[in-house]
Design a protein. Structure first.
Length: 579
């Protein structure tokens, strides 16, 4: 992940430049490899780079041939080779960066350019000739992105990858909506992403095709192995991360074999205009990469004896990955809480519980020289994997809830995956949130997804990978992992973690404090001492107007206010004594 900060139509941009650079520096953790900035007219774009693709030539902001279009991007464009090939007659590419394709797409398609991108991204593009700024965010909001305004500068608009860049210069800040594009010419932010499944009342009736589902996820993982640097996979031992690791391991094995067979052959010359010789998938969905790993690295974290580490070790041994186990203590987690809230920019209980172990693990991973990891976010929202989905009264309600959860991912799990990792200059890629994969999986009849006594949560995903298109290969996963019941990440790292958070909050927050919440919180009153404690820590880092960007995660169809999977009555007690 990179970091961007931009300001359009500042009344004195040259004078503002030192402040802009200082604000951009606050997110240098996202992009520690290089810093760049460009001023044009009354607009400034700043970029903090994490180099994964186009390592040598992809420094940002990027520009076109006459420097009239300037671009700052946070993200990865997986179909950049396809775009280069189809625009080669009309545009000469200056770099091998996957993100440069946004410039010719803008000149060709204007504000419809984001529709042609397959990837995760937030970007700000400035057109000098038109004095026009375009900003956009990927369809689901995998990358974090904010927009702000100042009442003292009514004609100025700000953009940033994180909230901390904006609150000192803006008195109004919003999370930039996923799947939208902003145009300074009109001042409007409009939706460009309009998939067939977006209306929750439109219930699909197409039965699941297990082979199509399986191949769609395999294709999605393959795209996300586009890299010129070492990468790995987060492996909790749950279904989603284990399938991601299994598919990635198969692809890495194929790439290793391909590299051995090509030993001594001349590698194709890089051609930025056609995409030949560049990393990424081609028009035939074949992956080319410069990174041939001798062994795929996998990573897990937990308290001593945690269910996740136990299951992850079993999966890693089965797959043959080089597995790294991190064990953390309650004290490690508690000591990191304030920093976690600063980086996550939230006070949501669920997000903080799950983010803390991920934040600690990301530091270890980056210290090993890894810059990118695959992660399993999104599956529970798409397939109704959370245990509270057991209580869905009918398929219409089930589908409506999955659509709502996917739409809100940018405020919960996407935010967690992005900021927990980018706090240490690590990028997380999420195959389940691939645009094509979503188009298929969200149009499956929800009756096939529903949980029954005979069908475990995410049954159709498990069933899809209970076979293989290559009969001579070993199964994707051992049966006891493929059919293991859902553990929420904050539960799976060890139940003692949540208990310790509750116990510490009980000591930090008095009954009197609960009865007299801060007046500036308005109607957003914490309902537990743990939530109250997190809100107080959030207030230490951010002023009150930042709270409008936070959403609390709570289960539906449940009287439980505690979001832990363990609090849901259907939770299997199989691992209760493992922690």
């Amino acid at each position: 992940m990179c970091g961007i900060f931009a300001c359009h139509r500042h009344p004195d941009v040259e004078k503002f430049k030192p402040t802009a650079l200082k604000l951009a520096k606050q997110i240098r953790h996202r992009g520690p490899d290089w810093s760049g900035s460009v001023i044009s007219n009354h607009t400034i774009l700043c970029h903090e780079r994490l180099s994964i693709v186009g390592v040598e030539s992809g420094a940002q902001p990027l520009t076109n041939a006459d420097d009239s279009i300037i671009l700052a991007v946070n993200g990865e464009i997986y179909n950049h080779r396809h775009i280069r090939k189809h625009l080669k007659e009309r545009y000469h590419f200056k770099t091998t960066s996957d993100c440069e394709v946004i410039i010719p797409l803008y000149t060709e398609f204007d504000t419809d350019a984001p529709n042609h991108l397959d990837g995760m991204f937030s970007f700000v593009l400035y057109d000098k000739k038109q004095d026009r700024t375009i900003a956009a965010r990927d369809p689901i909001g995998i990358t974090t992105f904010y927009q702000g305004w100042s009442s003292t500068e009514p004609g100025t608009v700000y953009f940033a990858s994180e909230l901390k860049c904006l609150h000192s210069v803006c008195d109004k800040i919003v999370a930039f909506p996923p799947g939208h594009v902003y145009d300074s010419k009109t001042g409007e932010t409009t939706r460009y992403f309009n998939p067939s499944w977006w209306d929750p009342k439109k219930v699909p009736s197409t039965p699941v095709d297990y082979k199509v589902l399986r191949q769609a996820l395999e294709k999605s993982v393959r795209k996300r192995l586009m890299a010129e640097v070492p990468f790995g996979v987060l492996l909790s031992g749950g279904l989603d991360s284990s399938l991601t690791a299994s598919i990635a391991q198969r692809e890495v094995t194929r790439l290793r074999k391909q590299a051995l067979e090509a030993n001594g052959n001349v590698l194709p010359v890089e051609d930025p205009d056609t995409g030949e010789g560049l990393v990424g998938v081609d028009d035939d969905d074949h992956l080319d990469t410069l990174t041939y790993l001798p062994q795929l690295n996998s990573f897990s974290i937990g308290l001593p004896g945690s269910p996740d580490n136990k299951a992850a070790l079993e999966v890693a041994k089965f797959l043959g990955t080089k597995h790294h186990v991190m064990t953390f203590t309650i004290e490690d987690g508690l000591n990191a809480l304030s920093d976690v809230i600063f980086h996550l920019e939230t006070y949501d209980v669920t997000t903080i519980r799950a983010s803390t172990p991920m934040y600690l693990l990301s530091r270890k991973i980056k210290a090993m020289g890894i810059k990118m990891v695959l992660s399993g976010e999104g599956s529970d929202e798409i397939f109704g994997g959370y245990l509270y989905f057991h209580a869905a009264p009918d398929k219409e309600s089930f589908h409506e809830e999955t659509v709502r959860r996917v739409k809100n991912l940018h405020l919960s799990d996407c935010l967690r995956a992005n900021k927990s990792t980018s706090a240490w200059g690590l990028e997380a890629r999420v195959p389940f949130l691939d645009k094509e994969f979503l188009e298929y999986s969200m149009n499956i009849d929800p009756q096939d997804k529903m949980i029954t006594k005979e069908k475990l949560e995410k049954y159709i995903v498990r069933k899809a990978f209970d076979t293989s298109d290559e009969p001579d290969e070993q199964p994707y996963l051992p049966d006891n992992i493929l059919w293991r019941q859902k553990e929420q990440f904050s539960d799976g790292v060890g139940y003692g973690w949540i208990d310790a958070l509750k116990d510490t909050a009980e000591k930090q927050v008095t009954d009197e404090m609960m009865k007299n919440p801060k007046s500036e919180w308005g109607n957003d009153i914490p309902d537990t001492k743990e939530a109250y404690w997190y809100r107080c820590m959030f207030d230490e880092h951010f002023p009150p107007h930042c709270a409008s960007t936070v959403m609390r995660w709570t289960p539906t169809w449940s009287k439980q206010t505690d979001p832990s999977g363990r609090a849901i009555a259907t939770h299997n007690a199989k691992y209760d004594n493992a922690a």
